[in-house]
Ligand binder design. Structure first.
Ligand code: NDP
Ligand code: 2IT
Length: 448
């Protein structure tokens, strides 16, 4: 049996109920074989893949807080510090009722390779809680964040582990958490990224994941003789990543025609109105029904997959930007049948393994999230740099660095796929390129 198969079996045996974690490991290990074969004896002897698929540390804790009725509530808190071979642990905090150990181990594992691809010195981690910020008052969110940080602060620090936002964790939550960390430790340091601009945040971090996704998509299309101009783009999600992906699609000449939230989806043939979307989602924290009510050209469908969902809308480019496994084999078949030519993942693992294979077999350009959405964490690393030098860069400085980073990621992924005999397979290119840097650092640092 091959070394990668052996390690996958081990991961399945040790984590039988962690389906998302197993899916993420499987997708990576299945593509690593050509890179492993070049150095298999050493990797096996040093149990490199066993160590890479086992988190350095898994921190689980209770988060107790009091709601507006005076009732005590209890949530689970987590931080998975997966690998710090190339830099301090780095990765977001997800606040969503579906969060469990498997979710965060999958996200932490993906983060190792993504962070490696940025070319910046950041290791992989992820954390969060099954707390649902939806429908909670600001005071309840603050109470939760303060309690969450009253335990997490022991394990993080500007040179140790630097959390950030993810689903359910935006500027408001980062602000409350930063305040709590400062109060508990007395330190004014860049321990979190995605901070507000008045207390150490970076310009362009809010926009970075969505903008970076479009910069990479443009590179991918141009490398294949096409471009974004006039292209119809289907986007899922209506949060941080989706909103700025939609905005940058307009700026680069494309027409974004859909978005969705957890309750329904919008088809807007005239193109999504970004200002209205921001007003509904960022300001009012409301549902997309309010967008449809104020936009005559928009059609609202209740239910994320009702009447085919966003993936049933004919398009040239599809950008899944909501959540994991939101695009399955049926969706992939609809997209291909309707003429879609390219897919780039704004979310983490939004495409199932079967759907990914279908795209690849049908000649669709497919860029995985660990490359395509790396602009967010890359800009977080730029925020860390600015905090270290106690300076703030202009929007244009950060944005032009982001453009350079996304172009480098695409070149690296593309060249690596070619080097290992899989030209055009950006999944393999991303996994191998991300892996080699981390594996090299782990080898140099000994068996830990
Ligand atoms: P947000 O919480 O800002 O937005 C998530 C959006 O997706 C919301 O509109 C939400 O709906 C929708 N959504 C969530 N679950 C579902 C579902 N099951 N079906 C349909 N829609 C759903 O999160 P982000 O935009 O930050 O994150 C989106 C994805 O991008 C995640 O996979 C995240 O891990 C990934 N990512 C985020 C980065 C970042 O910098 N923020 C960086 C890289 C990746 P509703 O409005 O109803 O809540
Ligand atoms: O999935 C991700 O890359 C993020 N949620 C961003 C992580 C970060 O540290 O900015």
């Amino acid at each position: 049996m091959s070394y990668t198969s052996e390690v996958l079996e081990r991961v399945v045996a040790q984590n039988p109920d962690q389906t998302l974690f197993i899916q993420a490991v499987k997708e990576v290990l299945e593509t690593l074989s050509p890179a492993i074969e070049r150095n298999e004896k050493v990797y096996r002897q040093n149990a490199l893949l066993e160590r890479l698929t086992t988190p350095d540390r898994q921190i689980l804790f209770r988060v107790a807080w009091v709601d507006d009725q005076g009732i005590a509530r209890v949530n689970n808190g987590y931080r998975i510090q997966f690998n710090n071979a190339i830099g301090p642990y780095k990765g977001g905090l997800r606040l969503h009722p579906s969060v469990n150990l498997s979710t965060l181990k999958f996200l932490g594992f993906e983060q190792i390779f993504k962070n490696s691809l940025t070319g910046l010195p950041i290791g992989g981690a992820k954390g969060g809680s099954d707390f649902d910020p939806k429908g909670k008052s600001d005071r309840e969110v603050m109470a939760f964040c303060q309690s969450f940080m009253s335990e997490l602060y022991k394990y993080i620090g500007a040179d140790v582990d630097v959390p950030a936002g993810d689903i359910g964790t935006g500027a408001r939550e980062i602000g409350y958490m930063y305040g709590a960390y400062k109060k508990l430790t007395g330190l004014y340091e860049g321990v979190l990224t995605g901070k507000g601009l008045s207390y150490g945040g970076s310009l362009a971090r809010t926009e970075a994941t969505g903008y970076g996704l479009l910069y990479l998509t443009k590179c991918m299309l141009e490398a294949n003789g096409s471009g974004l101009d006039g292209k119809k783009v289907v986007v899922s999600g209506a949060g941080n990543v989706a909103t700025y992906a939609i905005q940058k699609t307009w700026q680069l000449g494309g027409i974004p025609v859909t978005c969705c939230d957890s309750t329904g989806w919008i088809y807007d043939p005239e193109g999504i109105d970004v200002a209205l979307l921001k007003e509904v989602k960022e300001v009012r924290r409301a549902r997309l029904t309010e967008y449809a009510a104020e936009r005559p050209s928009a059609v609202y469908h209740a239910g994320t997959h009702s009447e085919g969902g966003v993936w049933s809308v004919p398009c040239d480019v599809a950008l899944p930007c909501a959540t994991q496994n939101e695009l399955d084999l049926n969706d992939a078949k609809m997209l291909v049948a309707n003429g879609c030519k390219a897919v780039a993942e704004g979310a983490n693992m939004p495409t199932t393994i079967e759907a990914t294979k279908y795209f690849q077999e049908n000649g669709i350009l497919f860029c995985p999230g660990k490359a395509a959405n790396a602009g967010g964490v890359a800009t977080s690393a730029l925020e860390m740099t600015q905090n270290s030098e106690r300076l703030s860069w202009t929007f244009d400085e950060v944005d032009s660095k982001l453009q350079g980073i996304m172009a480098n990621i695409f070149t690296n992924v593309n060249e690596t796929a070619k080097e290992f005999g899989m030209a055009g397979n950006y999944v393999a290119g991303a996994n191998i390129a991300g892996f080699l840097k981390v594996a090299n650092a782990m080898e140099a640092q000994g068996i830990l």
